[in-house]
Design a protein around this ligand. Structure first.
Ligand code: ATP
Length: 444
C-alpha cells in the first residue's frame, strides 16, 4: 500500500485529519484537522512565525482580511489571468487540467490518462478562472461580486505603506502573514496536498531595485535551511528553477523548493521563492491612484521597491512532514513491529506520554500529578490502560518523542524512566528534573 494511503487512515484513526462533513458523505478534497493535526500545524506555523517575524528585526507580521476590494484582483492580474487550462471529456463528462493530464486518471479506464483511452473525446483547452466568487451584502447583482482571496500576498501589498509608516521600517524589510486562501482547483486531490481551501505562510520582502537578485539568493538558501531544520531529509529536498515558459509574467526569477513525496507524486513544490520585481506595487499604484513609493530620506531617493516573495503552504508542508516521518520497524525480540512518526521533537503534537506501570501502589496518583505539572509547559498524554508495550506503541504512532514511566522504584526514590522514541533507550531520571530535560531536548 502507498504511504499516502496508510497516512490517510492513520490520520483519521489517531485524530490528525478528518474528511470534511464526513457524516454527510464528505465534501471532496476538503479536510478538517483533529486534535493532533491542529497541534502539529500550529507547531509548524509557530516555527515559521518565530523564524520569519519574532527572531528578526526586519520583518513585521500582519493579518489581513480574506475579502478584499474587487479592484485588488483586477490590479493583481487575477481576474484576467489566474486561470488554468481546462479540458472536458465528452464521453465521461470528466474535467481535467490540460497541463496535468499525466497526473489525472481517465474516469472510464483509470489505468489510462485522459485522452489515452480509445473512447476519450477531449475538447480544446479553455481558460478556467480559479477564484471563488461570492456576493457581498444582501444584493446578488454583478456590482456586489467579491472574491475569496486566492493568495495572502495582495493583503500585504495594499498595506505596504501602512506597515512601513507605522513601524518606521526602512527598505530592505519584509511583511509576513499566515492565513487562508481559496482556489477552485480543477483537480484537487492527494489528501491534503491540493485542496480548494488551504493556508499559506507568505512573506514579502521589499528591497531597492538592483539589490533584488542578491536578496533572492539569500531567501532561497534561508528557506531551504528552514525546511531542513524541521527534519525533512536533505535527500528528499531539492530546488526547481522555473524556466521561461513556467515563469509568471511578472516574475523576474522563481525557484520552487520541492519535496519527494514518493509514490506516484514524487517531487512536488512545497514552497515558492519569487522575485516579483515592482509589478505588484506598481499595479496597485496605477489602479488605486495612490502613491506607493518608498521615500529613502537618508539617500534622498524615492522608488517603488522590488519584492522577493517566499510562499509556503502549511497543509502541504504538514503532509511532507508526515510522509518524511512515517516508518514501519521491526522491534527486536517482538513479533509485532511498530509504526513510528519520527517528527522533529519541536513539531511533535505531544511531547511526552506519562504512564504508571501498574494501576496500584500509588503509581497512578504519582503519574497523574507528574502529567499535570508537565502540562503547564507542553502537551502531555496520560495513559494507564493496557500493557506498557502497547502504550509505548500508541505514542510512537503519533510521534511522541518521550515516554515517562512511573514504577516501583519511583515510589522509593522519586525517579522515573524516560524512553526515547527513536533509540528506544531508557534512562532513569529524577521526576523533578523531567520538565527541564525534555524542554532542553525539544529545543523549546
Ligand atoms: P501549484 O503549482 O502546486 O498549484 P502554485 O505554484 O500555484 O502551486 P503558489 O501560488 O506559489 O503555488 O503557492 C505557494 C504555496 O501554497 C505552494 O507551494 C503550496 O505549498 C501552497 N498551495 C498552493 N496551492 C495549494 C492548494 N491548492 N492546496 C494546498 N496548498 C497549496
Amino acid at each position: 500500500m502507498d504511504v499516502l494511503e496508510k497516512l490517510v487512515s492513520l490520520c483519521k484513526r489517531r485524530g490528525f485529519v478528518f474528511q470534511s462533513s464526513e457524516i454527510y458523505g464528505g465534501l471532496g478534497s476538503v479536510w478538517d484537522y483533529g486534535p493532533l493535526g491542529i497541534e502539529l500545524k500550529r507547531n509548524l506555523q509557530e516555527r515559521w512565525w518565530k523564524a520569519m517575524v519574532r527572531s528578526r528585526d526586519d520583518i513585521e507580521g500582519i493579518d489581513t482580511a480574506i475579502l478584499m476590494h474587487p479592484r485588488v484582483w483586477e490590479a493583481s492580474g487575477h481576474v484576467g489571468g489566474f486561470v488554468d487550462p481546462l479540458v472536458d471529456c465528452k464521453t465521461c463528462k470528466g474535467r481535467f487540467r490540460a497541463d496535468k493530464l499525466e497526473d489525472a486518471q481517465c474516469l472510464r479506464k483509470p489505468s489510462k490518462h485522459p485522452g489515452e483511452f480509445s473512447e476519450c473525446q477531449l475538447t480544446e483547452p479553455r481558460q478556467f478562472n480559479l477564484m471563488f466568487k461570492t456576493h457581498i451584502g444582501p444584493v446578488e447583482d454583478s456590482a456586489a461580486v467579491i472574491y475569496l482571496r486566492p493568495e495572502t500576498a495582495q493583503g500585504t501589498y495594499v498595506n505596504f505603506l501602512n506597515v512601513q509608516q507605522s513601524t518606521r521600517q526602512r527598505v530592505p524589510f519584509g511583511i509576513a502573514q499566515i492565513g487562508k486562501s481559496f482556489r477552485n482547483e480543477i483537480t484537487p486531490g492527494n489528501f491534503i496536498f491540493r485542496t480548494r481551501e488551504f493556508e499559506q505562510m507568505e512573506m514579502q520582502f521589499f528591497v531597492e531595485p538592483g539589490t533584488d537578485m542578491e536578496w533572492f539568493e539569500k531567501w532561497k538558501a534561508w528557506r531551504m535551511d528552514w525546511h531542513r531544520s524541521n527534519g525533512l531529509s536533505p535527500e528528499r529536498l531539492r530546488y526547481h528553477q522555473h524556466g521561461p515558459t513556467e515563469l509568471a509574467h511578472y516574475a523576474r526569477a522563481a525557484f520552487d523548493i520541492e519535496f519527494d513525496f514518493g509514490g506516484s507524486l514524487g517531487f512536488q513544490e512545497i514552497e515558492g521563492i519569487h522575485n516579483r520585481g515592482d509589478f505588484d506595487l506598481s499595479r496597485h499604484q496605477e489602479y488605486s491612484n495612490k502613491r506607493l513609493e518608498y521615500v529613502d530620506q537618508a539617500n534622498n531617493k524615492r522608488y517603488i521597491p522590488f519584492v522577493i516573495e517566499t510562499a509556503a503552504g502549511p497543509n502541504r508542508t504538514l503532509l511532507a512532514l508526515l510522509v518524511n516521518a512515517y516508518r514501519e520497524e521491526a522491534v527486536e525480540g517482538e513479533t509485532e513491529g511498530r509504526v513510528v512518526l519520527g517528527f522533529h521533537p519541536a513539531l511533535a503534537p505531544i511531547k511526552a506520554g506519562v504512564f504508571p506501570l501498574v494501576k496500584k501502589d500509588g503509581m497512578p496518583e504519582f503519574a497523574d500529578k507528574l502529567a499535570h505539572d508537565l502540562r503547564k509547559q507542553f502537551p502531555v498524554f496520560y495513559d494507564e490502560s493496557g500493557a506498557i508495550g502497547r502504550r509505548y506503541r500508541r505514542q510512537d504512532e503519533v510521534g511522541t518523542p518521550y515516554c515517562l514511566t512511573v514504577d516501583g522504584q519511583t515510589m522509593q526514590d522519586g525517579t522515573v524512566t524516560l524512553r526515547d522514541r527513536d533509540t528506544l533507550q531508557q534512562e532513569r531520571i529524577a521526576a523533578d528534573r523531567v520538565a527541564d530535560l525534555i524542554r532542553e531536548r525539544i529545543g523549546a
